[in-house]
Design a protein around this ligand. Structure first.
Ligand code: ZN
Length: 170
């Protein structure tokens, strides 16, 4: 695993759950992206609430000695999609595992992920979440074609985009 994160409710300071990031390919790892539970956020066999723990598994390019892991726009969309599943699991307050997390009606299963994906098509959101990996200031996105409803986008500088902070260095 690359990193472990704790998720807190900002109002109550209650820890809601945890997630792990497994971002890069390695021998024996499957090649698709997914999100899965390690521990379900529901009541245990004694009726005590256990914290949700999920893992987000992706296969983004590994960083090299002279550059961080640079993400394509498709990679960013994948990250946000899977993070939507992660938040769905962490925010789930089920009584039993039967109703935990993504065990919902099929037409709602992808809704949290699709909501998060929408941020990947907002210029301001991309500016807030990223930096140019060499000059460390907000990437200067030039949208050459933008059709949000059809989910198509071209971002000229996206090949120089890296997620900021520890993710990029990992
Ligand atoms: Zn999905």
């Amino acid at each position: 695993m690359d990193f472990q994160y704790e998720v807190k409710d900002t109002g109550s300071e209650e820890v809601l759950g945890y997630f792990y990031l497994d971002l890069h390919p390695r021998d024996g790892k499957h090649s698709h992206a997914c999100c899965g539970p390690i521990q379900q956020g529901c009541l245990d066999d004694k009726g005590k609430r256990q914290k949700a723990v999920v893992v987000l598994i992706c296969n983004f390019p590994r960083p090299t000695a002279d550059r961080p892991s640079l993400l394509s726009h498709d990679d960013v969309v994948t990250m946000f999609h899977e993070f939507g599943h992660a938040m769905h699991g962490i925010c789930s307050r089920a009584e039993t595992p039967l109703f935990y997390g993504t065990r919902v009606q099929a037409d709602f299963l992808e809704a949290p992920s699709q909501m998060l994906e929408n941020w990947c098509y907002e210029k301001e959101a991309l500016r807030l979440m990223s930096k140019h990996y060499k000059v460390r200031h907000a990437a200067d996105f030039t949208f050459t074609h933008y059709e949000k409803n059809s989910q198509r986008i071209c971002v000229q500088t996206v090949s120089h985009l890296s997620l900021d902070g520890r993710d990029a260095a990992g």
